[in-house]
Design a binder for this molecule. Structure first.
Ligand code: VG1
Ligand code: CO
Length: 630
């Protein structure tokens, strides 16, 4: 057996290793402005620079209780993006040196984020061991490659992201770290081959177990859904299907589940081979980035002449996000979670005995609230980021939850789950069509959504993202938005001057969350303006970007009258969007736009428009258009 020794390495702290909404994300390698009077751009690696990853990993080990490190089993894998393979070897060597007993690695270091959660919760090692946590190597929906993002986050024993109490500790550790431990002489492990490699170190045996990345997850999915009924739907010639993994890790699960288990045609899979740079694309499943799928589904500008499939879906890099499409029809994520919740008990065996409760993140539309009220379910509104759902689930308070940002999931794991969401929709379609498969026409995705709106009303919803904004300016804008809340009469007067047809602001605050399970309080979770008619405007700073700041603006309006639920969402939301968010933002136009007034004209409602100037790149992203595009 190969013996290894432990080396103590001196190091100095790095700035900015604060985990964001979902872990630490930075450029794998990037560029830095050298301010030595010359202003030259010099290449500089961020994650790849010496000790950068090491410091974060050691800070994480130091933040965990000793028994979750010494003698423990830890999972290490991710979405396969650039730098993952090197990072896995580094983490294996550091785990060995810190007294970890076993490291579990998905073959080729691939495991989707939901699969990691499933592995922590479900997998039992050959020696009876269970994992106590995982390093997940992903920057999720952010692009990958040498000049794009890499990321790392730690998940706990329940399979969910580390709570703030741990991430705060990790960050505090990164600021004072002086040393890390590594088994430099431990040979690299071949992670392309399934099997166990055994070593011996100062604290005893150490093993690296490379296992099949899909088995545990597939087993779990089969215990939740009725694969037989989905298979029947997929084998019906009238039901056509398409799945786009955007070259993320979802591809390996899609092949196993949709093709091998459920009998879908291989040709229904798009971009299902994981690539280190996601094929040069942006692995974010929305109408802007999932271009190929969007065209195939008849939603793109240059759609082909072929009849689009009945159902389409896409995933992000680490396969925890999903986008659901029908033929020429887009389902907003906020509607998706509400529709899944409304149909789960009937259509999904796992929920047959009822839902314990439902939850959504604060900026997600209130479509789920209406379902919860009607079905008399416990309901929770939590801050953005999946970690807040975990406590509710662990306490048996929540079965289904979702976020507007294409995240949907349930208490089968403690992460959002892209493939699960697709299987949930396929289950609903299979259920609605169970006596219908031989009929002329199937119940479609669009039928299901329109039917939902007819019963529950519709929440018109959109989100604008202002990307790469100067961080200082973004902070000032946020402070300004909080200031505006001090006098609602003044604010309402201003709004009325811009649009007299907009309802009044009834309440304005910064969202604060008190966890009902452990009582912990999370402050400053988004600036809210709540209108008398139920409309909402929400502003928050993104916590997942790797450069500058991103301001997100969420706009929502409820329409109960079923004769008015079929409008174009941009048109329906235009008065609200113009009156308020533009007012607020234009106050800061000097900072943000250096005098350009492009925001006003662009935010008037046009779609998919990207405007660039030297200070700001902002996108009116195509989230949330419940629409049929021509
Ligand atoms: C974004 C989304 C949030 C999501 C997070 C992680 O965060 O808004 O809803 O939980 O990404 O998603 P932010 O802070 O940039 O708004 V991903 O797919 O890491 O898994
Ligand atoms: Co993701």
């Amino acid at each position: 057996m190969v013996m290894f020794t432990v080396t103590r390495k001196e190091t100095v702290p790095f700035d900015g290793q604060k985990p964001g909404t979902s872990g630490l994300r930075k450029k794998a390698t990037g560029f830095r402005l050298d301010d030595g009077g010359l202003h030259i751009d010099l290449p500089v690696s961020v994650f790849k620079q010496p000790n950068y990853l090491h410091n974060f990993v050691q800070s994480t080990f130091n933040a965990l209780p000793a028994d979750k490190v010494k003698g423990a089993t830890v999972v290490v894998s991710g979405d396969g993006r650039y730098f993952s393979k090197d990072a896995v070897q580094i983490i294996i060597k550091m785990a060995a040196a810190n007294g970890v007993r076993r490291v579990w690695v998905g073959q080729d270091s691939l495991l989707s984020t939901p699969a990691v959660s499933a592995v922590i919760r479900e997998r039992i090692g050959a020696d009876g061991s269970k994992a106590t946590g995982a390093f997940i190597l992903t920057a999720s929906h952010n692009p990958g490659g040498p000049h794009e993002d890499f990321g790392i986050k730690y998940n706990m024993e329940n399979g969910g992201p580390a709570p703030e109490i741990i991430t705060d500790k990790i960050y505090a550790n990164t600021r004072i770290l002086k040393e890390y431990f590594i088994a430099e002489d431990l040979p690299d492990v071949d992670i392309s081959v399934i099997g166990l490699s055994s070593f011996s170190g100062p604290e005893g045996p150490f093993g690296v177990d490379v296992f099949d990345s899909t088995t545990d997850y597939v087993k779990l999915m089969k215990s939740i859904f009725d694969f037989g009924s989905i298979q029947k739907l997929l084998s019906c010639p009238k039901f056509t299907f398409c799945y786009d993994a955007l070259h993320g890790v979802a591809g390996i699960y899609a092949k196993r589940i949709f093709v091998e288990e459920l009998g879908a045609n291989q040709s229904s899979l798009l971009n299902c081979t994981p690539k280190e740079d996601f094929g040069g694309g942006h692995p974010d499943p929305n109408l802007t980035y999932a271009k190929e799928l969007v065209a195939r589904m008849g939603l793109g500008k240059s759609s082909s002449q072929n009849e689009p499939p009945e159902f389409g879906a896409a995933a992000d890099g680490d396969a925890d996000r999903n986008m659901i499409l029908g033929k020429r029809f887009f389902v907003t994520p906020s509607d998706s979670v509400a529709i899944i919740a409304a149909n789960a008990v009937e259509a999904i065996p796992y929920f047959a005995s009822g839902l314990k409760g439902v939850a959504r993140s604060m900026p997600t539309s209130a479509a789920l609230d209406v379902v919860a009220k009607k079905l008399n379910l416990k309901f929770f509104e939590v801050p953005t980021g999946w970690k807040f759902f975990g406590n509710l689930m662990d306490a048996g308070l929540c079965s289904i939850c979702g976020e507007e940002s294409f995240g949907t999931g349930s208490d089968h794991i403690r992460e959002k789950d892209g493939i699960w969401a697709v299987l949930a929709w396929l289950s609903i379609l299979a259920f609605k069509n169970k006596d219908n498969l031989k009929e002329q026409k199937l119940v479609t995705v669009e039928d299901i959504v329109l039917g939902h709106w007819a019963t529950y009303g519709r929440h018109y919803y959109t989100r604008y993202d202002y990307e790469n904004v100067d961080a200082g300016a973004a902070k000032e804008l946020m402070a300004h938005l909080v200031n505006l809340q001090s006098s609602l009469p003044n604010l309402n007067k201003l709004i009325k001057e811009i649009r007299s047809d907009v309802s009044e602001v009834a309440q304005a605050d910064e969202f604060e969350y008190k966890d009902p399970v452990d009582g912990s309080v999370s402050k400053h979770q988004g600036i809210r303006y709540l209108f008398v008619d139920g409309s909402r405007l929400v502003f928050r700073l993104s916590g997942t970007g790797s450069e500058g700041a991103t301001i997100r603006v969420y706009i929502e309006q409820y329409e109960k009258d079923s004769s008015k639920t079929g409008r174009d969402s941009q048109e329906a939301l235009a008065p609200l969007a113009r009156s308020f968010c533009l007012y607020a933002i234009l106050q800061f136009s000097k900072i943000l736009l250096q005098g350009h007034d492009t925001m006003l004209s662009a935010a008037g409602g046009s779609r998919d428009k990207t405007i660039k100037d030297e200070r700001i790149h902002w996108t009116i992203c195509s989230y949330c258009h419940n629409m049929k595009q021509n």
